[in-house]
Design a protein around this ligand. Structure first.
Ligand code: SF4
Ligand code: SF4
Length: 166
């Protein structure tokens, strides 16, 4: 996995144009068909990709934290929300709250998440490729091919899936 991750970003950037064209084709599908194509490829990818061998999203991307995420995490850590914010968070260029530093402060050396049961909603949903209305987040998915080997694989397999009439 580490070898795959070393070259992932470069490979995804070199294929960005192709991936954008594929996203444009998916955009033309009916919403339910587009969701079904992604759901199928998502399940296929995660049959053999183990997040615990990867953790690339926890090392480089990190979630935006909503108020409910902060309250849940602060309660988990037995801290006040204000202390949690001061200790771990900063505002990014869009004024969203994100972790001050990456890798995520809750990522453990064995790639387990220290706050797994209380992790932010965005962490639970990443890489979003099995979510409904996939057509609304296709540009995010293309961007995520640089970070997530599963999303990269999904885009690599899209041409075959689309030419099979899906
Ligand atoms: S909170 Fe957990 S799942 Fe989310 S980025 Fe940190 S280590 Fe990863
Ligand atoms: S969601 Fe993707 S980037 Fe994150 S750990 Fe799993 S395979 Fe890696």
């Amino acid at each position: 996995m580490q070898d795959i991750l070393k070259t992932l970003s470069g490979k995804a950037q070199s294929k960005k144009r192709d991936f954008k064209q594929l996203a444009a084709r998916v955009k033309k599908l009916k919403p339910r068909d587009a969701d079904e194509v992604f759901r199928e490829l998502h399940e296929e990818a995660f049959e053999h990709i183990d997040c615990l061998e990867c953790a690339n999203c926890c090392k480089g991307l990190g979630p935006r934290l909503q108020k409910s995420d902060i309250e849940r995490l602060a309660a988990h850590l037995k801290m006040k929300s204000s202390v949690f914010i001061d200790t771990y968070l900063r505002k990014d260029e869009d004024n969203d709250l994100v972790f001050k530093n990456m890798p995520c402060p809750f990522l453990m050396p064995d790639n387990y998440c220290m706050v797994y049961t209380s992790r932010p909603k965005a962490c639970r949903e990443y890489p979003h490729t099995n979510q409904k209305n996939i057509r609304s987040i296709l540009s995010t998915c293309v961007k995520n091919t640089e970070t997530c080997p599963a999303v990269f694989e999904i885009f690599e397999k899209l041409p075959t899936m689309l030419s099979n009439g899906k």
